[in-house]
Design a protein around this ligand. Structure first.
Ligand code: NOJ
Length: 741
């Protein structure tokens, strides 16, 4: 039965952006803008690469110093050398006509020099404070190295682990992704952009990039407006409401129009409905790629499409550089469009305090003091161990005792200081030689009597010659226990690193089989930038620890968990498929008209050769202790749209060690004007419990938590029956029911 829609339109999606007008800054922007000529205006919208390339290059040589002097460049990316930054900045402020400072940008994705876990790993901590602290520290180090702007956070929801960039986001869930987006924006930007240790953030890639067909990077995206608004856009909106200063266009098309020229995305939703006051930068040559997409004849037309859509700054395509002025002078676009874009860029430069002191970020003494400080390294170790997810622990094999007589550590990844193996993609200025490997972590942890042997078993990228496997198997046989570190090298995930086969790369499964055959207790430590298909391992290896790529302090964090100095508390932010053929597999799917019942029957939605469920679902992660959940209690069985619902649950630590548990709350709207997911995360809380201790966790749901994009595309809740689930993972919950009147 179709239900009556509530008339109230919910406000949060249309609230004013937090990056708001400051009248004093607006007056300064207006004054400066009035003094700029057209070339100088266009100049503020040009961003060029001044360091190593993080995209394709057209080989064209531009005299950077001369261009800065003439005021036709507003920003650089990838210049990290303080002296070079200073010399170009000096030309900009002292030798250009209006002295407008340059904005320096860089991909500071998970740390600058102290490298934190990859963002997907950090999301597994479900610890918003720790995630914010990680971004804060990245900003402290980056700002001391002359940078004003990071191209982070990536807030793309990703349901396809073949996509190499899953490592860079917060996983498959919109609610978790939105909370993490806010935390990261706060971390980078702090409360006051004019401080010299805060940098502007950039929510990217706007939008839908994570939905690339087949998980192949840069590929076509084709999702409905409803799915866009419900799944992919909310983390961007959360970032905007958290005050993010910039957004970056995505590379993909949406509804056949590349995101950089997509009026619906930029003009209508971002700048219209969300009232975003910051600016939008293209991705690397994404304006130019509109020609290759086939929607513009040449860069001139691409520039026209981009400015018409509301994209403000051009990274590296040079389409604005070459044609924007001409388009205005020939009357093909109104100058007001350019003025609006320039106003947004200047606003940010004033907010950063760059006109007061353009050199304040270029501070060698501060750089020396803060970079890789003990405090930063300690924070990196803490968030790294919180990011680890215990996937399997048969017979309580873990934690290991520190005084085992002989431990064999096996695997190329156990002691690798290359390919960013410990750091993962986007290591910014992190250095391989500064990382702590798992082998080093284990050696630093065990008793002085313990003998630790090491065999790589394989070469890089899973090339495992038989003689290396034999030596590894022998070392396993001679030890009391084996720590086997396998997975992806650091250069196997990230941008343009899609994989069609997402099992253990190369011959590593042969190594695992040989080591398990040696008959000793085996703990498998997985290092990876994405969920992998672990079929044989999941069945035959007694303990599996998913350690992702944990950054500079990864080896210590892994040892902390393996030897029980930290009780693992991470929960998967993305499902681990049972087989590649299930992808996309995610917890908040629709029910279909023929959901599979527990018994095996034909003509239902299922595979005949594989379960429907992933191997390890969203929200899953084990601990060295056990928790007991009460049934959820509700303060009312019926609420109306003005009421809130309180859901409480008692959680008890029933084991013998203390632990941190992520208590998760999901809802289901049983009948809607359009089909609703079988479960959707709407709250979580990470609590600490001593052995025997019990705590009551309380969640409050309001009508916004129950809303969705209805049949006629209004974001609102509909009256009817709901289920609420509370538990330890998306697949292990207790439920209750309530009615919305
Ligand atoms: C391309 C990537 O898609 C984007 O995320 C990154 O910020 C730019 N290159 C700059 O390196």
């Amino acid at each position: 039965m179709k239900r009556m829609l509530l008339t109230l339109l919910l406000t949060p999606l249309f609230a004013a952006a937090a990056f708001a007008h400051d009248p004093r800054i607006e007056a300064k922007v207006d004054d400066l803008l009035a003094r700029m000529n057209l070339a100088e205006k266009v100049g503020q919208l040009n961003q060029l690469n001044g360091g190593y390339a993080t995209g394709t290059q057209d080989g064209r040589r531009i005299d950077l110093e001369e261009s800065v002097r003439s005021g036709i460049i507003g920003s650089f990316l990838n210049i990290v050398d303080l002296d070079y930054q200073k010399s170009l900045q000096k030309i900009a402020v002292e030798e250009s006509r209006l002295g407008i400072p340059l904005l320096y940008a860089h991909d500071v994705i998970h740390g600058y020099r102290t490298i934190f876990p990859i963002p997907l790993a950090e999301a597994a901590s479900w610890d918003l404070e720790a995630i914010e602290r990680s971004a804060r520290i990245a900003a402290i180090e980056a700002s001391a190295s002359g940078l004003h702007w990071t191209f982070a956070p990536m807030v793309d929801i990703a349901r396809d682990p073949r996509w190499g960039r899953v490592m860079e986001g917060a996983g498959e869930d919109t609610y978790l992704g939105s909370r993490i987006a806010e935390a990261r924006v706060h971390g980078f930007q702090g409360d006051d952009l004019s401080r010299s240790d805060t940098i502007i953030a950039c929510a990217k890639h706007f939008a839908g990039y994570g939905a690339a067909e087949g998980g192949r990077d840069y590929n076509t995206v084709d999702v409905s407006e409803r799915v866009m608004r419900e799944v992919y856009l909310p983390p961007f909106h959360a970032a905007v409401n958290a005050g993010v200063a910039t957004l970056m266009n995505a590379f993909n098309v949406l509804d056949r129009m590349p995101a950089s020229g997509n009026k619906f995305l930029v003009k209508q939703v971002l700048k219209g409905e969300w009232n975003f006051q910051g600016f939008v930068v293209s991705d690397w040559n994404s304006f130019g790629e509109m020609v290759i997409h086939g929607v513009a004849e040449d860069n001139r037309e691409a520039a026209k499409l981009a400015i018409a859509a509301g994209s403000d700054m051009d990274m590296e395509s040079k389409a604005y550089f070459d044609y924007l002025g001409e388009l205005v002078s020939k009357g093909e676009i109104p100058e007001e469009w350019v003025d609006d874009a320039v106003r947004r860029v200047l606003r940010v430069k004033y907010e950063l305090g760059m006109f007061d002191d353009p050199y304040k970020y270029i501070d060698p003494a501060r750089k020396e003091k803060v970079t890789l400080s003990d405090e930063h390294l300690q924070a990196a170790r803490e968030v790294a161990r919180e990011s680890i997810v215990l996937l399997k622990n048969e017979g309580g094999l873990l934690p290991l005792k520190k005084n085992i007589e002989k431990i064999a550590v096996i695997g190329q990844l156990a002691d690798s200081k290359k390919f960013e193996d410990m750091m993962g993609s986007w290591p910014a200025q992190g250095k391989n030689e500064e990382v702590v490997t798992p082998l080093e972590g284990v050696k630093a942890k065990v008793s002085t009597q313990t003998v630790v042997t090491y065999e790589p078993g394989c070469r890089d990228h899973g090339v495992c010659p038989p003689e290396l496997i034999d030596r590894a198997a022998l070392a396993a046989a001679e030890a009391d226990c084996v720590i086997l570190v396998v997975g992806e090298n650091g250069d196997m995930s990230g941008e343009s690193k899609s994989r069609a086969h997402i099992g253990l790369p190369g011959d590593q499964l042969d190594l695992v089989k040989a080591v398990v055959k040696a008959g000793k207790p085996v703990v498998m430590v997985l290092m990876t930038g994405r969920p992998l298909v672990l079929d044989w391992c999941a069945e035959h290896v007694p303990a599996i620890v998913n350690a992702w790529q944990l950054g500079t302090m990864g080896g210590h964090a892994i040892a902390d968990v393996l030897f029980g100095d930290y009780n693992p508390s991470g929960k998967l932010p993305i499902s681990f498929p049972a087989a590649v053929g299930q992808i996309p597999v995610y917890y908040n799917h629709l029910n279909t008209g023929r959901p599979r019942p527990p018994q095996d029957v034909p003509y239902v939605s299922k595979y005949i050769d594989c379960p429907n469920e992933p191997l390890y679902p969203f929200g899953y992660g084990l601990s060295y202790t056990t928790y007991e959940y009460s049934a959820p209690r509700l303060n009312a069985e019926t609420i109306n749209i003005n009421h809130t619902l309180t859901v409480s649950v008692d959680v008890k630590n029933t084991g013998s060690v203390m632990g941190d548990e992520v208590v998760q709350l999901y809802i289901r709207d049983l009948v809607g004007s359009v089909a609703q997911p079988v479960k959707e995360l709407r709250g979580f809380d990470k609590i600490h419990l001593n052995p025997g201790e019990s705590k009551t966790v309380e969640f409050t749901l309001d009508s916004g938590d129950l809303a969705f994009w209805t049949e006629d595309m209004k974001f609102q809740p509909e009256p009817g029956e709901f289920e609420v689930f509370v538990g330890t993972s998306s697949s292990d919950c207790k439920k209750a029911r309530f009615t919305l009147e």
